[in-house]
Design a binder for this molecule. Structure first.
Ligand code: SF4
Length: 159
């Protein structure tokens, strides 16, 4: 089994566990963006990642994405009537996660150590700090789904 390394934005990793906790058992390709979320997501939930490096820049998910231009995400989105630049929005999420979890960018970690770290440190307080523009209800359901996803992963693959 291929269990190589992975470069990922920390919020992308939490998104994978959130969707897994919500009931996704197999990620499928996204035809609009053509990114590799499905490929990376399936590696994560099938325990096919040995080592992981975190980044606030583009990651293994972004590389084939139609929005990635000269290494920068050019996507924009509207939330509560305000248009956001996804690159700076995501960089802020990832910086907060890296700081709060005591991680270092561009350093290799054993994936099992990261699972332990997330399992021990995931809290509603952390989610509310990182996604500070979201409502309490949105953050509560993000927290519960992500927590469920990590527990499901641990049940399936062991701690
Ligand atoms: S380039 Fe932007 S839209 Fe594409 S996967 Fe990365 S963050 Fe998402």
């Amino acid at each position: 089994m291929d269990r190589g390394g992975l470069v990922i934005k920390p919020h992308h990793l939490l998104d994978i566990f959130k969707l897994y906790g919500k009931g996704v058992e197999k990620f499928v390709p996204d035809e609009r963006y053509n990114h590799d979320f499905y490929r990376v997501g399936n590696r994560v939930i099938e325990n096919r990642v040995r080592a992981v490096e975190f980044t606030c820049g583009n990651d293994d998910i972004c590389r084939p994405c139609v929005c990635l231009k000269q290494g920068v995400c050019g996507d924009r989105f509207v939330y509560r009537g305000v248009e956001h630049n996804k690159n700076s929005y995501n960089e802020e999420l990832d910086r907060r996660l890296i700081d709060r979890l005591g991680l270092e960018a561009d350093r290799e970690y054993e994936f099992t150590d990261i699972i332990d770290l997330l399992n021990g440190n995931l809290s509603l307080d952390l989610i509310g700090f990182v996604w500070s523009d979201k409502s309490c209800e949105e953050n509560e359901s993000r927290y519960e789904d992500t927590r469920r996803g990590i527990e499901k992963y641990l049940l399936r693959h062991g701690g």
